[in-house]
Design a protein around this ligand. Structure first.
Ligand code: MG
Length: 255
């Protein structure tokens, strides 16, 4: 039996559909403000979604490894404990040995003591990487400007007491000793446990979501361990650089 199609069917459904999605002219003319509000709401929703998609996280906690991320050499490599040596003594040692030019001062040697450098027992200088020094001083500046940002350490250094001593002596680019930059003792995690445990502890203590934490470390496997929690990690195999810091700022929409 042939199918009987109501000829009015198409036009009826088409008209109904049009009526459903098109604003009624009579409605918009009678209610112009609600209609504007509707479109404004859509615009805001789209803008918010764009922002969320572009910058899904807010940087709230910056965590640094110590050995070969903030300073060099690593604690297991030095003949410690560290000591302070006068610049004159440091520069004269090599001269006396080889009759060559005075020993050049390395970058990042500055300590809280004018004309004194941190070294191990054999005179090997212990210095702060330029990128770390720069980043920490930038964070100090941001915090002064009331940005809600905290600093923490996650380290598995072999010699915690030497590390604490060096933090008192070595300074960031703005001249502030590292110990004062990392002033919240609760946020200094130095232990042999896996670093994801350090971050779980930091999360418990601060309440900051993992997605809002960043981590700089020269060891890839530490980054891999912590990344699983959702922390944004930056591998710094040559010590922390300014590029590492700028990349982080870019990722959080701060540059
Ligand atoms: Mg390290």
């Amino acid at each position: 039996m042939p199918k009987i199609i109501d000829p009015s069917f198409r036009s009826i459904t088409s008209d109904s559909f049009s009526q459903d999605i098109s604003p009624s002219p009579s409605f918009t003319s009678r209610h112009p403000w609600p209609s504007s509000l509707f479109y404004l709401q859509i615009t805001i929703t789209i803008a918010s979604a764009t922002i969320i998609l572009t910058y899904p996280s807010i940087m709230q906690l910056v965590v640094f490894d110590l050995d070969y991320t903030i300073w060099q050499p690593e604690m297991y490599q030095i003949d410690g404990p560290p000591k302070l040596m006068s610049v004159d003594e440091f520069q004269g040692k090599q001269k006396r040995k080889s009759n060559s030019q005075p020993r050049q001062l390395p970058l990042g040697y500055t300590t809280i003591h004018q004309n004194k450098i941190a070294t191990d027992r054999r005179g090997t200088p212990i210095t702060v990487f330029d990128g770390a020094s720069h980043a920490i001083s930038e964070i100090n500046r941001m915090r002064k400007e009331k940005m809600d940002l905290q600093l923490a350490i996650s380290s598995r250094t072999d010699e915690p007491s030497w590390a604490y001593q060096l933090m008192k002596w070595l300074v960031a680019a703005d001249g502030i000793p590292l110990s004062k930059c990392f002033d919240d003792q609760n946020l200094i995690q130095i232990s042999y446990s896996d670093k994801y445990k350090h971050f779980e502890s930091l999360h418990r203590k601060t309440g900051i979501p993992f997605e809002n934490m960043v981590f700089f470390d020269n060891e890839r496997w530490n980054c891999q361990s912590v990344e699983q929690l959702g922390v944004k990690c930056y591998h710094t195999p040559n010590g922390m650089t300014r590029d590492d810091w700028n990349l982080c700022l870019e990722d959080f929409g701060l540059l």
